[in-house]
Design a protein around this ligand. Structure first.
Ligand code: TYD
Length: 194
C-alpha cells in the first residue's frame, strides 16, 4: 500500500507522517519517505530553489517536481513496495496539483505530466487554516510561504476533498489528537483490504 500525507506548509504533516510510520512499523512494515525527495533533483529543489529569491517559471517548477517524483518512485517507493512495506509519503502528486495549480497551471496539464507517477492508494489531507500556518514560527519561510499562496493551495486541496480523492483530517488540534485521527483513518482503510 502506498499512502501520502498532504497539507499546507507548517500544518504538521511531516511530524504526523513520521509518527504514523513509527506506529505502523511493526504491524505493517511501514516506512517514511518524502517529497521533494533526497535524490539529485529533490536536493536541488530543496537547497537551491525553495529558499532562493523568488519562484522561477511555473512550468519549470512543475516539471522539476514531476521529475523528482519519477526519481522518488523509481528509487524509493517501488523498491520498498516490492519488499512488502507500507510506504508513507510526506507529500506527493497532490502537492503539485495544489501548489502549481495555485500558481496558475491547469490541473489537467499537471495530471498529464505526472501520468507516469504511481497512483497512491490513500491520500490524507491535514487541514489547518492558512492564517494559522503563517503565524507559526519558522526561522525562514520558503518562496511558497505567503498567505495568498497558502490560501489558494488550500482551496485546491479542499476541491479534492469534495471529489473524495483526499480524506480530510482537522489538523487544528493537539499533535496527539491529530495523530490518533490519522491512525484511525489509515488503519480503517488498511483493514478494509485484509
Ligand atoms: P516541504 O514539505 O515543506 O519540504 P521540507 O520539509 O523539506 O521543507 O515541501 C517543500 C515545498 O515544496 C512546499 O512549500 C510545497 C512545495 N511543493 C510543490 O510546490 N510541489 C510539489 O509537487 C511538492 C512535492 C512540493
Amino acid at each position: 500500500m502506498f499512502i501520502c500525507i498532504e497539507g499546507l506548509d507548517g500544518c504538521g504533516k511531516t511530524t504526523q507522517a513520521k509518527l504514523l510510520a513509527k506506529k505502523l512499523r511493526k504491524s505493517h512494515n511501514a516506512v517514511y519517505t518524502a517529497e521533494p525527495s533526497s535524490g539529485k533533483i529533490g536536493t536541488y529543489i530543496r537547497k537551491s530553489y525553495l529558499y532562493g529569491e523568488k519562484r522561477l517559471s511555473i512550468v519549470l517548477e512543475a516539471l522539476l517536481f514531476a521529475a523528482d517524483r519519477i526519481e522518488h518512485v523509481e528509487n524509493e517507493v517501488i523498491p520498498a513496495l516490492n519488499e512488502g512495506c507500507l510506504v508513507i509519503s510526506d507529500r506527493y502528486v497532490y502537492s503539485s496539483l495544489a501548489y502549481q495549480g495555485a500558481a496558475g497551471l491547469s490541473l489537467e496539464w499537471i495530471e498529464k505530466v505526472n501520468a507516469h507517477a504511481l497512483q497512491p492508494d490513500l491520500a490524507v489531507f491535514i487541514d489547518v487554516t492558512p492564517e494559522t500556518v503563517m503565524n507559526r514560527l519558522k526561522p525562514k519561510k520558503s518562496v511558497m510561504e505567503t498567505l495568498d499562496t497558502q490560501k489558494k493551495v488550500r482551496e485546491i486541496y479542499l476541491k479534492f476533498v469534495e471529489d473524495r480523492r483526499l480524506t480530510r483530517i482537522n489538523g487544528d488540534k493537539s499533535e496527539n489528537e491529530v495523530a490518533k485521527e490519522v491512525c484511525k483513518v489509515v488503519t480503517k482503510f488498511l483493514d478494509a483490504f485484509r
